[in-house]
Design a protein. Structure first.
Length: 559
C-alpha cells in the first residue's frame, strides 16, 4: 500500500510540473487568432500518447460549454444517464480537493490505482516519443484531457460527458470531432483576456464546439449572444435548439426535486434533461417517455432559435435530478453552531445567484440584535476578475466580518500536492487579498452608516511579510476603535477557517494566539464567534478557495 501511495504522490508531483504558466497563457492569447494551430498541437500530443482523433468517436460524447453552470449541467446529465444503467465517464475542471475528481466513472473519481496506471501510461508514451520536432510535454489541462480519453476508452464507458475548460473554439477538449450532442449553459463575462470582453465575442467562442450534423441545445440567453450562437450553428451546419424552462417539464408530474440547491440550478437541470434525452434518442435507447408539446414560456417567445419540445419525464430522469451531487456548488455543511455555505461563484451573475441562494438558505429572517447570530464572508478571487464588482454584490448580506485569504490551504504546501499552483506566488496572492480588504472597507464607507477602518499592510523593504511567526493576521490598525464589519486578512485558509470557527467546528483546531499585539478586531471578533448561538459563513469567489475549504472541513475527501 505504501509503494502505491508513493507512486500516486509521484504522479501528482510530476503532473504539477506541467501546470500552465504565465508564458503559456500569453502564448494562448497570441495564438487565439489561429485555433487550428492549437488543435493541431493537441492532436499531435494525442497521437504521441497512442490515440487517434477517430478513436474518440467511440466515446459517445456529450460536449458542454458555457460561462455559468456548465459543470452543474454536466453533473445532472451524467447522473440522469447513470440512472438508465449506463456506464458513464465524466471529465470536468477544476478539481476541488483531489485531481482524481476531474476524471470520474459512474459518478466517482477514479481510484488512485487507476490514476497511477493511466498517468504513467500516458506520461511514458509522451516521453518515449520525444524528438527534436516534438520535444515538449502537454500543459496540465491538455495532459489530463488526453489521460481522460485513455481512461474512458480502456475502461469501456458507454458515454462520456465532457466539460469544456475555457471557451470552446480554442479549448483542447474541442479536438472531439463527432459528439452525440452539444450543450451551452448560461453565458456571461469571464476570462475576458482570452475570450473577449463582450457577450457576443464570448458566445462566438462557445459556439466553436458545434459540429456538422450534431444537435446543439442552449438555455435562454440575452438576444444578441443567442443570435451569435444561431449564426455559429448555421456556419457549422448544425441544428440549434432553445431549451424549455423546467416549469414546462413539471406539468403533469409536479415540482421536481433537484439535488443541487438554488433557483439558478433549474436552468442547468432543464438543459441536462434535453441533453440526456437527445443522447438517448440518437443512440436508439427506449423508454424515453412521450413527447408532449407545451406552450413556450413568455420570455422564450419570439426568439430566433426554435424551441425544443418538453416531454413527459421517465422515473430515471426524475431520480437522476434528485440524486445529483456536485461538491462546492450551493453546498451546506452544518458543523454544530457553525454552518458553512460553499459556492464557487466567480462572475457577477453567478455571485448574484449565490447571494440569492445564501439569503434564502441562511438569512431568511432579519438579523437579531443580541449577537446570537454572526455572519462571516470568506472570499478570494483569482485571474482578471473585477473583484470590486463581486464584493459590491455581497455587501447586501450584512456580514459582521469579511475575511480574505489566498487559496493556499497552508502557507507551506509541501504535503498538499493536489492543490499546488505554480502560477501564483504567495506574495502576489496576498497583495490581491489586501486589495480586496481595502475594496470591502471602501464599499462599506460608500454604503454609509458604517464605521470602517482602513488598515495599512505591514511592509518591510517594500515587500509583504506574511511569515506566520509574525502572527496569523496581516493587519496593523492605526488605532483601536469600534468597528463595524471589519475586514481581516490571513496568509492561508487553515488560519482563516480556524479563526472563524474558534474551536467550535470538530474538524478544525482552535486558532493559535496571534502574537503579543493581536488585532483588536480579531480579539473582539473571536469573543463574538465563541459566544454566538449560530455562525453563518459564506465561502465564495473561487472554486479553488472552496476546494481548499472542503479539504479542511471534510477530511474524508482527501482519502
Amino acid at each position: 500500500m505504501g509503494l502505491k501511495e508513493d507512486m500516486y504522490k509521484d504522479a501528482i508531483r510530476m503532473l504539477n510540473t506541467l501546470q500552465t504558466n504565465a508564458s503559456y497563457l500569453e502564448q494562448v492569447k497570441r495564438e487565439r487568432g489561429d485555433p487550428q494551430a492549437q488543435l493541431e498541437a493537441m492532436q499531435g500530443f494525442l497521437e504521441r500518447s497512442g490515440l487517434k482523433v477517430e478513436d474518440l468517436d467511440r466515446l459517445n460524447i456529450i460536449h458542454v460549454t458555457g460561462t455559468k453552470g456548465k459543470g452543474s449541467a454536466c453533473a445532472f446529465t451524467e447522473c440522469i444517464l447513470r440512472n438508465y444503467g449506463l456506464k458513464t465517464g465524466f471529465y470536468s475542471s477544476p478539481h476541488l480537493v483531489q485531481v482524481r475528481e476531474r476524471i470520474r466513472i459512474n459518478g466517482q473519481p477514479i481510484s488512485k490505482d487507476l490514476f497511477n496506471k493511466y498517468f504513467w501510461l500516458v506520461y511514458n508514451r509522451l516521453e518515449e516519443t520525444k524528438d527534436p520536432a516534438h520535444s515538449s510535454m502537454p500543459a496540465y489541462f491538455r495532459f489530463l484531457t488526453i489521460m481522460a480519453f485513455h481512461v474512458f476508452l480502456q475502461e469501456k464507458v458507454d458515454l462520456a460527458v465532457v466539460e469544456v475548460g475555457i471557451g470552446g473554439t480554442y479549448d483542447c477538449t474541442n479536438i472531439v470531432r463527432a459528439p452525440v450532442v452539444c450543450g451551452v449553459s448560461s453565458l456571461g463575462i469571464d476570462h475576458t483576456s482570452i475570450l473577449g470582453d463582450t457577450m457576443e465575442k464570448i458566445a462566438w467562442q462557445k459556439g466553436g464546439i458545434f459540429k456538422p450534423g450534431v444537435p446543439a441545445i442552449t438555455v435562454a440567453q440575452p438576444e444578441r449572444p443567442l443570435e451569435v450562437l444561431r449564426e455559429r450553428a448555421q456556419e457549422r451546419n448544425c441544428s440549434l435548439y432553445l431549451c424549455p424552462e423546467l416549469d414546462d417539464f413539471e406539468e403533469g408530474c409536479g415540482a421536481l426535486e433537484l439535488g443541487l440547491a438554488g433557483a439558478h440550478q433549474r436552468s442547468n437541470a432543464a438543459l441536462a434533461l434535453q441533453l440526456a434525452r437527445t443522447w438517448l434518442q440518437r443512440r436508439g435507447c427506449q423508454g424515453l417517455g412521450e413527447l408532449k408539446e407545451v406552450p413556450p414560456s413568455s420570455e422564450l417567445l419570439g426568439r430566433p432559435v426554435p424551441l425544443a419540445p418538453a416531454f413527459r419525464l421517465p422515473d430515471a430522469m426524475i431520480q437522476g435530478l434528485r440524486d445529483t451531487e456536485w461538491l462546492g456548488r450551493t453546498q451546506v455543511l452544518s458543523h454544530g453552531p457553525v454552518t458553512w455555505y460553499l459556492d464557487g461563484a466567480h462572475t457577477t451573475s453567478s455571485i448574484q445567484a449565490c447571494v440569492r441562494w445564501f439569503r434564502q438558505a441562511a438569512l431568511s429572517q432579519d438579523k437579531p440584535h443580541d449577537g446570537s447570530e454572526v455572519r462571516v464572508l470568506l472570499f478570494n478571487a483569482t485571474g482578471d476578475r473585477d473583484t470590486a464588482a463581486l464584493l459590491k454584490l455581497l455587501v447586501s448580506c450584512h456580514f459582521d466580518y469579511a475575511v480574505f485569504c489566498p487559496n493556499f490551504t497552508e502557507v507551506s504546501l509541501a504535503n498538499n500536492a493536489d492543490q499546488q499552483n505554480f502560477n501564483v506566488t504567495l506574495e502576489n496572492a496576498l497583495t490581491r487579498c489586501l486589495e480586496n480588504q481595502q475594496t470591502w472597507t471602501r464599499l462599506l464607507e460608500e454604503k454609509g452608516g458604517q464605521d470602517p477602518w482602513l488598515p495599512s499592510p505591514p511592509r518591510v523593504g517594500g515587500l509583504l511579510q506574511p511569515t506566520p511567526a509574525r502572527g496569523s493576521l496581516l493587519l496593523v490598525p492605526p488605532a483601536p476603535r469600534p468597528l463595524n464589519s471589519p475586514a481581516l486578512v490571513f496568509p492561508c485558509l487553515a488560519q482563516a477557517l480556524r479563526w472563524v470557527a474558534q474551536g467550535r467546528d470538530p474538524h478544525l483546531a482552535a486558532p493559535v494566539a496571534s502574537g503579543a499585539h493581536p488585532h483588536p478586531a480579531a480579539s473582539s471578533g473571536a469573543v463574538l464567534l465563541r459566544e454566538a448561538a449560530a455562525v453563518h459563513v459564506l465561502v465564495t469567489g473561487s472554486l479553488h478557495l472552496v476546494g481548499g475549504a472542503l479539504r479542511l472541513l471534510v477530511p474524508a475527501l482527501s482519502q
